[in-house]
Design a protein around this ligand. Structure first.
Ligand SMILES: Nc1ncnc2c1ncn2[C@@H]1O[C@H](COP(=O)(O)OP(=O)(O)OP(=O)(O)O)[C@@H](O)[C@H]1O
Length: 484
């Protein structure tokens, strides 16, 4: 905590604040330690699995400490959702981004100009942090000793070695230069050794190791049942395979005993909440329409829909309304959305990166109950995705070249994961993130469930390398849809 900032003793009880403000009974393992380190004025690095509860690690100190906490986040949807949740818990949280209405923007700047802002948490984009107007206000707040902490969420975006590199994150080094006494917390679910190093050096947290507390937890999510499903352009059997799986789930829920249980809980048979990630808008629309034709409650969700339509879809899906059981989305959907009963996540096509795959799969089972994560893998998609990556990463500067190399590597690792028929999926994931301990897998992956069956499906399901190579050389996989 910057010198001069004091806290009222009544708020120092983190358990009390957890219950009173956040309506939670107890901390999850390590949360308390992280929060106490932050309250102690340390810089804090947190790496923890999706759904661990990372946000609380900066939100709770922000409520306890005097002054304002600036939260830097890369995604508008993520910011909006967190702000909404905090405001409903009576915390004065706000966001300043390209969508913020003028009146709110004026209010926030005015609030900062007082030097003693009432806002407890201000969520901003990294781009905003480079603007002189915003920086000026923060300098003033800092002078008044009211700048409590800087929290960098999704901190892997800092590194060109990461899958989601954003150049503006690099400029966050300004915070330590401008406010050397203000603690910084950075959080991520997906970072390997190189990315971790980059985060710490960009934010200058490695300059004073005594001031830094690092919490690196396992990426393992034991309740996720991971399965790779092999397919090809020729077989084109994703749809039938998925629908027959879903109908089997519905059938089981329709059995008299089970149905009675569900009715007692006020649940519908078809209320098996899920997300299907597609790679393009067209695919998203056509798939949602096809599922709807079969009376499956699926809805499309992509950037070109109106805000009104997206909000309606989202809130009905979150509230488990009939006809809104499955969201068919393009990538990035779900980040920051706090729906805990998502029972399955399907990747209709190979995602662009290993980290992206695991982040998206991590939207499932946030309540800790068993959930399914299917990835449909075709070698043709492997080559299409690679051509997409090469097309997206054409920058000539060193940063762009490094990022291109990192993204190609991540893609290759994901392909290797899909093509692997002799290891536990969870073990491969943990190893990817640099963990040395092999995680327990209680039949929660296709290899553990049936290693022989997996090998057979692999042998039968994919197009041959020779055929894919011929197609590739003919330029068949060069054009791919834009994803948004
Ligand atoms: N101590 C706790 N007790 C109960 N629920 C908690 C606790 N801490 C966090 N949660 C809940 O866990 C859920 C996930 O938290 P959060 O969104 O912060 O996860 P995250 O670690 O940021 O995950 P991701 O990287 O997937 O976004 C939220 O619903 C949050 O309210």
């Amino acid at each position: 905590m910057p010198p001069g900032l004091t806290r009222g003793d009544s708020f120092r009880d983190v358990d009390f604040t957890l219950r009173r403000q956040f309506n939670k009974d107890s901390f999850r393992p390590q949360q308390r330690e992280i929060i106490l380190a932050a309250l102690d004025g340390k810089d804090v690095f947190v790496q923890a699995a999706t759904s661990f509860g990372k946000s609380l690690c900066f939100q709770l100190p922000a409520v306890i400490d005097r002054g304002i906490t600036i939260v830097i986040s890369p995604l508008l949807s993520l910011m909006m959702n967190q702000v909404k949740a905090l405001r409903s818990a009576n915390v004065d949280a706000r966001t300043l981004n390209s969508n913020t209405p003028l009146s709110e923007r004026d209010y926030i700047y005015q609030d900062l100009s007082t030097g003693h802002p009432r806002t407890r948490l201000l969520y901003v984009t990294p781009e905003l942090c480079s603007g002189e107007r915003f920086r000026d206000r923060l300098r003033f707040v800092h002078k008044q000793k009211e700048l409590a902490r800087i929290a960098v969420d999704e901190a892997h975006c800092i590194s060109e070695w990461g899958h989601d590199f954003r150049k503006d994150f690099k400029r966050l080094s300004w915070f330590r230069e401008a406010f050397p006494d203000v603690p910084i917390m950075c959080l991520t679910a997906t970072a390997n050794e190189q990315v971790r190093k980059d985060i710490l050096s960009t934010l200058c947290l490695d300059r004073n190791p005594a001031r830094l507390r690092s919490f690196t937890m396992t990426a393992h999510r034991p309740n996720l049942h991971l399965e790779v499903k092999f397919t090809s352009d020729e077989a084109n059997d994703r749809y039938d395979d998925f629908v027959s799986w879903l109908k089997r789930v519905y059938d089981r829920r329709n059995e008299p005993e089970r149905k009675k249980e569900l009715e007692a809980k006020g649940e519908r048979v078809e209320n098996v909440s899920g997300i299907i990630y597609t790679i393009s808008r067209d695919e998203c629309e056509t798939l949602a329409a096809a599922l709807k034709m079969e009376d499956i409650g699926a809805r499309p969700f992509h950037a070109k829909l109106s805000n009104q339509e997206k909000e309606k879809t989202l809130s009905r899906w979150i509230n488990n309304e009939p006809g809104y059981d499955i969201i068919v989305a393009t990538t990035a959907f779900g980040m920051g959305i706090d729906k805990d009963d998502v029972r399955f996540v399907v990747h209709w096509r190979l995602p662009k990166s290993f980290e992206g795959y695991y982040q998206e799969a991590g939207r499932a089972g946030r309540d800790g109950n068993a959930s399914y994560c299917f990835l449909y893998y075709a070698r043709e998609d492997r080559d299409r995705v690679l051509s997409m990556i090469l097309r997206d990463c054409q920058g000539k500067d060193q940063e762009s070249k490094t990022n291109r190399q990192a993204r190609i590597q991540s893609h290759e690792k994901l392909v290797a994961y899909c093509e692997d028929t002799s290891s536990c999926r969870h073990a491969t994931i943990c190893k990817y993130f640099g963990e040395t301990v092999v995680p327990e897998c209680d039949f929660a992956c296709d290899w553990h469930k049936d290693a022989d069956g997996l090998k057979k499906r692999y042998a039968a399901g994919l197009a041959s390398e020779e055929w894919v190579c011929t197609q590739r050389e003919g330029g068949m996989y060069d054009d791919y849809y834009p994803s948004d």
